[in-house]
Design a binder for this molecule. Structure first.
Ligand code: EPZ
Length: 415
């Protein structure tokens, strides 16, 4: 298990740039299966999950190259519908392969995506949509077998605005016969990015970013190049780092509209926020006040920022409350924060966070990606040294977190 060491840091100051979005890159990489030819993708972050995905695409017959955040994927040939179980079971992004494989090959055999510490991560909404489009579904031992000669357009209502189900069903619909309407769809910016990439190749998708997405099936897609959006959760994590250390600085290369719920919350807590076209500045040099937060699908407060704000609220004035409505088990970082001197009480899906705690460094464990990030943030503010075990979770979703935070004064490094 790799480790990160964090020591109490002076208020962070300076400019920090964002990498490309992990949660945009994964579905977009999977969607290249739909296109015979060379897709060139820019601003792809160099993360373990991205490299897993590229190795799976190669196992399916693609020729891939990845350097300087540019991925070229040549899917002239796709010669398998059955991805490498081993590397797939390592991460959740594997299930994005279901729709493009089913669409291109008429068949897809996908290992049941690993649940993960934050929840059981069911796929019932994905399967309900595939079934509505004519797919036969067989649940094997540890995998799902999907088959359908030609997917048919359908009207699908999602019981929950699932990000992954919306993305999978958009990918299933772009080459299907007829029109597909996805109602109660998720509206996250990463979904819009996937749809815009597909439309640039000739797909006919409209309504992305709203709760109703309509797709007219086309006969084929034309390969293209595309630059993916920056990572709004990485940007939010950096803002939280400035906030928790009482610093100020600018996050560059980010669309402020993707981070509205987070910047609005920080402003409500007393931070001074300035937004430009592709950057956000934050001044948190004055003490911040606690707030209450409820995680919701976009455009609500993102669940992927919940852990980071749990750490921040340990340092603000007053008592904060966070309600996690999206995942059933996303408080694993709370016990670790309490080991650092926090006083956080969990009550079902709510956590009550006492502020103005003098956190002290401790040996803690990262159990999931964003929980790990919250421990790094807490370590920047805590007296003494914090040792975070399980930092490979952090490396799944943050490109060079230690290097980036060090560049603005963070005392943090990979051990
Ligand atoms: C995506 O996961 C993100 N991952 C997650 O980011 C993010 O937290 C989540 O969306 C919500 O925004 C990627 O994009 C790779 P969901 P996904 O389907 O698609 C339930 C991170 O930290 N559900 O919107 O799996 C599910 O149980 C990661 O970067 C069903 O019930 O999220 C959960 O409670 C973590 N049935 C809720 O919906 C289904 O078929 C949200 O899940 C699918 C989902």
């Amino acid at each position: 298990m790799s480790k990160i060491i964090v020591r109490k840091s002076e208020p962070l100051m300076g400019n920090i740039s964002c990498s490309g979005s992990k949660n945009a890159a994964l579905p977009i990489l999977a969607s290249t299966i739909l296109t015979a030819g060379v897709s060139t993708l820019y601003n792809i972050p160099n993360l373990t999950d991205i490299n897993y995905m590229l190795s799976i695409l190669e196992n399916l017959g693609a020729k891939c190259s990845f350097s300087k955040n540019c991925a070229k994927i040549d899917f002239t040939n796709c010669n398998s519908f059955y991805a490498d179980i081993d590397s797939m079971s390592k991460f959740r992004g594997s299930f994005f392969l279901a729709a493009p494989l089913l669409s291109r090959m008429g068949r897809a055999r996908i290992s049941m995506p690993g649940g993960c510490p934050i929840g059981s991560r069911p796929i019932d909404l994905h399967l309900k949509g595939f079934s509505a489009m004519g797919a036969e579904i067989e649940n094997g031992h540890g995998f799902v077998d999907l088959s359908c000669k030609k997917l048919q357009g359908a009207r699908i209502y999602l019981d929950f605005p699932s990000v992954g189900a919306t993305e999978n069903l958009i990918m299933a619909a772009v080459l299907a016969d007829g029109e597909t309407v996805i109602e109660n769809a998720a509206a996250e910016p990463e979904i819009v990015d996937l749809a815009e990439f597909l439309n640039k190749q000739g797909a006919q998708i409209s309504g992305m970013g709203s709760d109703t997405v309509t797709i007219q099936g086309v006969s084929s897609l034309t390969p293209t190049d595309y630059t993916i959006i920056s990572d709004r959760i990485e940007a939010g994590t950096f803002m939280s780092a400035f906030a928790i250390t009482g610093g100020k600085g600018t996050i560059t290369g980010i669309n402020p509209l993707h981070l509205k719920p987070v910047t609005a919350k920080l402003a409500e807590m007393g931070a001074i926020i300035l937004e430009n076209e592709s950057s956000i500045s934050i001044d948190a040099t004055k003490p911040l006040s606690a707030s209450s937060i409820k995680t919701l699908p976009f455009p609500g407060f993102p669940t992927d920022m919940q852990a980071q704000f749990s750490a921040l609220l340990c340092e603000t004035k007053g008592t904060g409350i966070i309600v996690e409505t999206v995942f059933e088990n996303r408080f694993l970082h709370i016990g670790e924060l309490n080991r650092m001197g926090a006083n956080i009480r969990i009550d079902g899906r709510s956590s009550v966070i006492e502020g103005e705690r003098l956190l002290t460094g401790a040996k803690v464990t990262a159990f999931d990606l964003r929980g790990g990030a919250s421990l790094a943030l807490a370590g920047l503010a805590a007296k003494g040294e914090t040792e975070i075990t399980g930092s490979e979770h952090i490396e799944r979703g943050y490109e060079d977190l230690c290097g980036k935070l060090s560049s603005i004064g963070g005392n943090i490094f990979l051990a």
